[in-house]
Design a protein around this ligand. Structure first.
Ligand code: FEO
Length: 174
């Protein structure tokens, strides 16, 4: 069964949103380095990588279903300079993820309306992933609010964040 034009457009839109998410998180990673949070910067860099994996999942799916991939221009975030502490960065990331979750819910509605069960199946993976991503960010923000904006607690949390490893390396390991 061929993808409808509407579904194809929605998948392309989300593919570009995932690329944009990656670009946003790369900007956040860079900002965290400027703020001297090396561990949080590493964490956010790994998040940027993970978003590329999400984008490629949609890219491959569009191709597998005989759809046409349309890549859009990426815009750099204008907000980087406004984040002056770690918690602001993570709160902005959570707000972004909540928007992405809404996108997926709307796409599921469309897939169900079109009785496109294959796309719905793919989207359910993303719906579950969004729950995990939002929960991770909420937990991190709670920890950051506990430790405050300076002191040894923040230093230790930054060190903990440095341990995040690349999902790309894991997924492509032999
Ligand atoms: Fe691709 Fe952060 O969701």
């Amino acid at each position: 069964m061929k993808l409808t034009q509407k579904m194809q457009d929605a998948l392309n839109h989300q593919l570009n949103c995932e690329m944009m998410s990656s670009y946003l998180y790369l900007g956040m990673s860079n900002r965290l380095i400027e703020l001297n949070f090396v561990g949080a910067s590493q964490w956010m860099r790994m998040q940027a990588e993970e978003e590329l994996v999400h984008a490629m999942k949609l890219y491959s799916y569009l191709q597998d279903r005989g759809g046409r991939v349309k890549l859009a221009n990426l815009e750099a975030t204008q907000e980087a300079g406004h984040w002056n502490d770690m918690v602001s960065v993570f709160k902005a990331a959570l707000a972004h993820e909540e928007l992405i979750s809404t996108n997926f819910y709307e796409m599921v509605d469309l897939a169900l309306a079109e009785r496109d069960h294959a796309t719905n199946n793919l989207l359910q993976w993303f719906v579950a992933e969004q729950v995990e991503e939002e929960a991770t960010l909420v937990t991190l923000i709670q920890k950051l609010e506990l430790v405050g904006t300076s002191g040894p607690g923040l230093f230790l949390l930054d060190q903990e964040l440095a341990t995040r490893v690349s999902i790309v390396t894991i997924q492509t390991a032999p």
